[in-house]
Design a protein around this ligand. Structure first.
Ligand code: SF4
Length: 80
């Protein structure tokens, strides 16, 4: 399905990590010093993380993506 989802520009990202705690769904993790969207399933596309990024590396795009899976997110939160 086509839907709204975050996009992280790896060239702009400075690795500050501020966006990670701002995503309660756990969709963003730091990998090799850069923020990465770890799974489409965890991103609700609402963009709570966007305002946090000091360099404007996070935007919303519309693309083919798996649907947001709230049950999986809850499971991830409980297990973390
Ligand atoms: S807040 Fe922006 S610059 Fe910092 S880690 Fe996240 S995407 Fe990268």
């Amino acid at each position: 399905m086509k839907r709204q989802i975050i996009h992280i520009d790896a060239d702009k990202c400075n690795g500050c990590g501020l966006c990670v705690p701002d995503c309660p769904e756990g969709a963003i993790q730091m990998i090799n010093g850069r923020a990465r969207l770890i799974s489409d399933l965890y991103c609700d596309g609402l963009g709570a993380c966007i305002g946090t990024c000091p360099v404007g590396a996070i935007t919303i795009e519309e693309r083919e993506a798996a649907p947001y899976n709230e049950a999986l997110v809850m499971e991830n939160i409980i297990n973390s």
